[in-house]
Design a protein around this ligand. Structure first.
Ligand code: ATP
Ligand code: MG
Length: 585
């Protein structure tokens, strides 16, 4: 098999929703994509209407919309009709209390049904949904709710007592707190959500929202610094829908599992909205990662489309292909990955261990949806993020000193990945940070802050975040290439590289490596890895030093925090740590 290029079979080429990329890219218009949705009278648009009411009106109410699997394997199922009824009750709960259009509704919940009901009920009420990751401590929660002018919070009683109560009185905008598991002795001022919903009718007229009305507030992962609050509008549904159709190949009979938590943008755009607008069944697992459990879910639920992340894939690789072999994964049609660069090693492992390549795709909180993707009908080049979504203009650019931007057309030349603004799910603001927002645009481009290259077939290759790129003896070194080379060594489970100051070269490459089970750090292994990298990359790019670590510091959404490795190495301030995952895990 040719690992440079994984060729697609005829059924993938012809059977995909996006069967002919080039033809579609030539003729695509956002107006066509918009026409796939209902809209509301007088040019309105509402995400919740498109996700649920449209399916019910089309006669799909009896189909399973949502299956929530509890930690104890207890299952709670919702058909589109039942989900619609619950959403309506929630909408009434808000409306009865005077919560209205534009008001901010936050959730601090695990992946329980109430989270999904609150998200969609909030949108149906014209209010703005902002999810918080449930493992956040009191400080990051307070900071985000303050920036977001939170009016309503849905949480559990345990979370409330631990994470909200200590500072509750400091947030004057917060008027309503609903608890999902209210005890007999609830905290002062909190309402039992179940009782409030039981009190309300299950019909609710969608509040009219314009396409440009604010719908979602998502905070970025904080990988490169202080998180930003990205504002998205109802029009984003057009992007969520079409990307689900093209990049995830979703259709109504699909069982779709997105492993991202709705505390992050992926878990909302693709963990709630896109599968529902496409009429699929959404699988939600409340429990944390466990290799065997995950394979069991894929098998038992007959998952056909699976959307996950590089960190999870690397953990599955660490657990070994043997476990995967014990399960029947024959229902899987498409596997996709997002959030971090996906090492070629992981794509190839997918084929060897699971029978399919992972389809990497690229996007950001700011872009609201998938922008660059390996599509089902296209050959996969392991290590590449794929090609731009039809309708999305992408380019590799260079910022010039006079503030203009120059496009780099030469293939495989590194520059900043930039996009032509105008797609529906583009952020409309960083909340309360106008200047930071405006700095993202220049000369008709949205500048992503990521470096990439484009090859002569139009596939994009991730180089690294602009902040993480290393300049050594005149070379620009992308961390991804070095990390991927290290990952090829059988002992390496994870790798991260940073630039360290060097008096002659400017910077030299230092690598941090976590080993797979069965391997122990030693000088001999360090030398072997240095030699392996040197052979793969050449002396100018290979690391000069390797340090072993039990774990690498990551954000709670699973992204390696290279800036933190660097700050610690150089004894510099560690910066914003609000999204740092506890490092013992
Ligand atoms: P912050 O902006 O707060 O530093 P963040 O950029 O990690 O955090 P997100 O919006 O969640 O926050 O992540 C988007 C970023 O993740 C992208 O800009 C890119 O750096 C990285 N990323 C996402 N998908 C891919 C991918 N397929 N390949 C490489 N990098 C990816
Ligand atoms: Mg970012």
């Amino acid at each position: 098999m040719d690992w440079q290029r994984i060729r697609k079979r005829p059924e993938d080429r012809l059977g995909a929703n996006l069967a002919d990329y080039d033809a579609c890219a030539r003729t695509f218009s956002w107006a066509q994509a918009r026409a796939l949705l209902d809209g509301l009278p007088n040019g309105g648009l509402n995400i919740a209407h498109e996700a649920v009411d449209r399916q019910v009106a089309a006669g799909n109410g009896v189909r399973l919309a949502l299956r929530c699997i509890g930690r104890d394997d207890r299952v709670r199922d919702f058909t589109y009709e039942a989900l619609g009824a619950a959403i309506n009750k929630f909408g009434n709960v808000l409306a009865r209390r005077g919560v209205s259009k534009g008001d901010r509704v936050f959730t601090l919940l695990g992946r329980v049904p109430e989270l999904y009901i609150a998200a969609l009920g909030t949108l149906k009420n014209g209010s703005v949904f902002s999810p918080l990751f449930s493992a956040f401590g009191p400080e990051p929660i307070k900071a985000r709710m303050t920036i977001g002018d939170a009016k309503v919070l849905i949480t559990s009683e345990a979370f409330y007592r631990r994470k909200i109560e200590p500072w509750r009185k400091e947030l004057a905008t917060l008027q309503h707190i609903f608890l999902t598991d209210c005890s007999n002795n609830p905290p002062e001022g909190a309402t039992d959500l179940a009782a409030a919903m039981a009190d309300c009718p299950d019909s609710f007229e969608t509040i009219w929202t314009a396409p440009e009305d604010m719908a979602l507030l998502h905070f970025t992962s904080g990988t490169t610094g202080r998180p930003k609050g990205a504002v998205h509008v109802h029009e984003a549904a057009v992007g969520h829908h079409i990307t689900g159709r093209f990049a995830l190949d979703l259709r109504p009979d699909d069982v779709f599992w997105c492993t991202a938590d709705p505390g992050w943008v992926t878990g909302v755009s693709y963990g709630i909205i896109s599968p529902l607008t496409n009429g699929a069944t959404l699988i939600v697992d409340q429990a944390d990662f466990d290799a065997e459990r995950w394979y069991r879910i894929l098998e038992r639920e007959k998952v056909s489309v699976w959307y996950t992340a590089p960190t999870a894939i690397r953990m599955l690789m660490k657990a070994g292909a043997g476990i995967a072999g014990r399960f029947d994964l024959s229902h899987l049609r498409l596997m996709a990955s997002v959030g971090e660069p996906l090492n070629p090693e992981a794509v190839v492992w997918g084929v060897e261990a699971l029978g399919k390549p992972f389809h990497d795709n690229w996007w950001q909180t700011e872009t609201g949806g998938i922008m660059i993707s390996n599509f089902r009908s296209m050959d996969v080049k392991p290590g590449s993020m794929g090609r731009p979504l039809p309708g999305v203009g992408a380019g590799i650019v260079e910022r010039c000193e006079d503030g203009t931007v120059r496009e780099i057309v030469a293939p495989m030349t590194s520059g900043e990945l930039a996009l032509r603004p105008g797609w529906p799910s583009m952020m409309r603001a960083y909340l309360h940070e106008d200047q930071r927002y405006r700095k993202c645009f220049a000369d008709g481009w949205y500048l992503t802050g990521d470096l990439a290259m484009r090859d002569d077939e139009g596939y994009y290759w991730f180089v690294g975040r602009a902040d993480d790129v290393i300049k050594s003896a005149g070379h620009l070194i992308g961390p991804f290439e070095v990390e991927s080379a290290l990952m090829e060594h059988p002992a390496v489970a994870e790798a991260a590289v940073i630039g360290m100051p060097d008096p002659t070269a400017g910077e030299f490459v230092k690598a941090f490596v976590a080993l797979k089970g069965g391997f122990e750090p030693s000088d001999a292994l360090r030398k072997e890895l240095l030699g392996h990298a040197r052979q793969r990359l050449g002396p100018a790019v290979a690391p000069k030093d390797i340090a072993f670590r039990q774990n690498l510091p990551k954000t709670r959404s699973g992204k390696i925090m290279r800036r933190l490795l660097k700050a610690r190495e150089l004894g510099l301030p560690e910066g914003d740590l609000s999204t740092l995952e506890s490092e013992e895990r």
